[in-house]
Design a protein around this ligand. Structure first.
Ligand code: ZN
Length: 413
């Protein structure tokens, strides 16, 4: 989005700090040929190089530190599937700022100090659970800090403490919804709202969780490198997620060319932290795909909005020469009657050609052959390639307490 004057002045203050106090950025910008005095306008800012997770990894353990180490009150770490983890240090002010944003998230969802908030994301090195907790305490609501797993105990506490809000990944919320349904506990639970974060999820899954638990759902967004969850939040109008532009500057770029895209266009979200002290980030590539929603939300709040995350740049798969995002598959399946929420994609290379199998759960009333035929047709029409479809009964695909893996690409890279 075009940069407001006061935002650029915040960015100048940030750059002054990182040029002088961050060994990581000091070196990075120097090597790229930039001096602080070269950045005089929003246009100049756009020429600064992006930062990526791989570089943050190389700074392991505390190479991102931009304040004296005795200012640090806590660290968090984002796990990587490969290589060193990224360690993010936080000052007291960073922890406070994160809680401020998180409390705002709850408020935006209409959650108040009267609520009982059951927190199922994990506590520990990664940022999830403790962020939900700090925001809850700042708001003044009552936290029930469960962490993940142990579904029997979750449901017991939910009933006994009359939890009104459940915070979970979409996979775990679905698992809980199925359990509540199976045990016919609808009359015993008091849940009204769900705050759901940490992975992309489709409308089918949304509808199942919403109807089976009887709650209103709110998307929350965030990542460990940039505080954690709680930097953007769905409101009661559900038109997008409000983000906190007094703490963060968002850009959307074309992930191949790096060009900044106009508001409304889908691309990769890039975040600059305006106030973060211990580990500030300049133009950090999230690899999450979304868009900045132009104009104002119907709720009247002035915080700008991004759309739901439609996928990751690295989830994008190229099959038979066509780019496919998991978000597109959700939107195809959403429109087909007889399909449940869960699916997997299996990609192989057979006899010199790509082959894609879509495995989907079908509702009991759907006839397998007819459904498979209809999905193949719609897929061909909307995405442009011919695929093989296999349907299984509801519950036939794995459930996860964390994130569901949906794409299995067995082609040689
Ligand atoms: Zn709104």
């Amino acid at each position: 989005m075009s940069m407001r004057e006061e935002v650029f002045s915040d960015i100048q203050k940030l750059l002054e700090r990182v040029f002088n106090q961050s060994p990581f950025y000091g070196k990075k910008f120097k090597e790229a040929g930039f001096r602080l005095e070269d950045i005089k306008s929003a246009e100049d800012f756009k020429r600064l190089p992006f930062s990526d997770k791989d570089e943050l990894r190389l700074a392991y353990p505390l190479g991102l530190l931009s304040v004296p180490q005795d200012e640090v009150v806590r660290i968090h770490s984002s796990s990587g599937t490969t290589g060193s983890p990224v360690i993010i240090p936080y000052t007291r002010q960073d922890v406070e700022d994160w809680a401020t944003m998180f409390a705002r998230c709850y408020e935006i969802a209409g959650i108040t100090k009267k609520d009982v908030i059951q927190i199922t994301p994990g506590y520990g090195l990664w940022t999830a659970g403790i962020g939900f907790q700090a925001g809850c305490e700042k708001l003044g609501a009552m936290a029930v800090p469960m962490g993940p797993g142990n579904t029997d105990k979750q449901i017991q506490m939910m009933i006994d403490l009359k939890s009104t809000v459940i915070c979970a990944t979409s996979s775990y919320a679905l698992l809980l919804a199925e359990e509540v349904e199976k045990r016919q506990l609808h009359d015993k639970i008091c849940l009204k709202k769900g705050v759901i974060g940490s992975e992309r999820w489709g409308d089918l899954m949304r509808n199942r969780i919403r109807t089976e638990l009887g709650i209103e759902l709110f998307d929350i967004y965030g990542l460990t490198e940039v505080y954690g969850p709680g930097i953007a939040m769905d409101c009661e109008c559900h038109e997008g997620m409000h983000y906190f532009d007094d703490f963060l500057y968002f850009e959307i770029i074309d992930s191949e060319t790096g060009e900044v895209l106009p508001d409304g266009e889908v691309g990769e979200l890039v975040i600059t932290t305006l106030k973060k002290e211990a580990a500030p980030l300049v133009r950090y590539r999230t690899h999450d795909l979304t868009r900045i929603i132009p104009g104002k939300c119907s709720c009247g709040r002035s915080f700008p909005m991004i759309d739901r995350i439609i996928g990751r740049t690295d989830d994008m798969v190229k099959v038979k020469g066509v780019n496919i995002y998991p978000g597109q598959i959700d939107s195809v399946l959403r429109d087909i009657h007889g399909v449940s929420s869960e699916y997997q994609i299996i990609i192989n290379h057979v006899d010199g050609k790509d082959q894609m199998i879509l495995r989907v759960e079908r509702l009991p009333e759907a006839a397998p052959e007819d459904l498979e035929h209809r999905i193949t047709e719609v897929f061909k029409k909307r995405i442009g390639i011919k695929i093989d479809v296999e349907t299984v009964v509801v519950g036939g695909l794995p459930r996860s307490e964390k994130k569901s893996k949906r794409v299995f690409d067995y082609r040689d890279k």
